[in-house]
Design a protein around this ligand. Structure first.
Ligand SMILES: *Cc1c(COP(=O)(O)O)cnc(C)c1O
Length: 355
């Protein structure tokens, strides 16, 4: 059919499974096992539905101001969107318009190549080294922009600010996006580098560390000039991306710093215990500073473990892709959920050993 010649054809991103069954242990999409800040529930309970008649504030100023205050930047340095996926997509559209390829790691968030394809952005992947680390020198070559998560996903590996600064220094003519979706679980944010580099964009999300994946809030912080360009593109696509309720819930979450710190601390504690437990069972993994572990077993195939866990209603993530097929990405849940995981794994490994 001739009309099909003019379609924008893309292979979409595949999100992690959201099973409908009850009573499952869901460790497959890096959601936070703890509830969002109690202030968010208060916003929901007290929400005035008369507001729904009106368009929301297109600038989401209340949320922008709260983010600026929390991170010690000016409101003009903050861009908000419907999850960081929306923010990253806008950033790709705004900043990656060169004929030269953008660069990102070969093992990384699998949405980057999808956005590059949908926006017709040329790209090249840069292999991580054998320890899943970024070699900054690999990024010292002509490019149309750079993006990587820190900590990386799905490996959990954290790069130092020194590494990030080396990449920035080698690339004064490119926008460098650092996707800090998991930075609150023990990482060091690149935000202080903004004072020195006006081509740096730091992207974060409320989905992981703030337990709000369901309401969709992400944000970017950069120089006022960068954020101005992003807003021009956003207001050329859809002015009203953030709804009233989301804006208020986001601000309520930021207002409760102690709750946020406590939740992150609990996950870090559970993660460190998981490292010991899984290592004792024959798993190995790069050292994770995220809310997940990227683990491979010394004898049993990851695909088999994935299926066997699923049969026991425990969901983790597995990709049949080069380099990462031997690994499972396991989200850190509550201690109770992790105890169920360990019991199931012991059971599965015993069964496999007996075969
Ligand atoms: C989860 C995740 C995101 C996006 O999360 P949102 O829910 O859209 O905010 C972005 N980058 C990485 C690396 C992620 O893991």
């Amino acid at each position: 059919m001739s009309w099909e010649n003019n379609i924008r054809r893309v292979v979409p991103y595949t999100p992690g499974e959201q099973p409908k069954q009850q009573n499952i242990v869901k460790l497959n999409t890096n959601e936070n096992p703890y509830p969002p800040a109690p202030g968010a529930a208060e916003v929901l309970a007290g929400f005035d539905t008369a507001l729904l008649r009106k368009y929301p504030d297109p600038n989401a100023q209340m949320l922008v101001d709260a983010i600026a205050k929390t991170y010690g930047v000016r409101p003009g340095q903050v861009f908000v969107g419907v999850g960081s996926d929306d923010v990253l997509s806008m950033a790709f559209m705004t900043f990656f318009n060169s004929e030269k390829p953008i660069l990102f790691p070969d093992v990384t968030y699998s949405f980057y190549d999808v956005w590059a394809d949908v926006y017709r952005i040329p790209y090249e992947t840069v292999p991580l080294d054998a320890d899943w680390r970024i070699r900054p020198n690999d990024y010292a070559r002509p490019n149309g922009g750079i993006v990587f998560p820190n900590p990386n996903a799905p490996t959990g590996v954290l790069e130092s600010l020194d590494t990030i600064e080396q990449i920035l220094q080698a690339n004064p003519d490119s926008i460098v996006i650092v996707d800090e979706a998991y930075i609150d679980f023990g990482g060091v944010s690149a935000l202080p580098l903004l004072d020195k580099y006006d081509n740096l964009l730091v992207v974060q999300t409320f989905s992981k560390s703030r337990s709000m994946a369901g309401i969709r809030i992400g944000f970017a912080i950069g120089s006022e000039k960068l954020i101005g360009y992003m807003n021009d593109v956003k207001f050329s696509v859809n002015s009203y991306t953030m709804n009233h309720l989301t804006i208020q819930c986001g601000a309520a979450s930021l207002a409760d710093e102690p709750y946020f710190r406590d939740c992150c601390g609990r996950i870090v504690k559970t993660r460190e215990a998981a490292k010991e437990k899984l290592a004792s069972m024959g798993f190995s993994f790069p050292d994770s500073k995220a809310n997940f572990l990227f683990a491979t077993h010394e004898t049993v195939d990851a695909g088999r473990i994935f299926e066997a866990l699923k049969q026991r209603s425990i969901f983790v993530r597995h990709w049949d892709k080069p380099r990462i097929a031997p690994y499972l990405r396991i989200t850190i849940g509550t201690d109770e959920e992790m105890a169920k995981l360990y019991a199931a794994l012991e059971d599965i490994l015993r069964e496999e050993a007996g075969k």
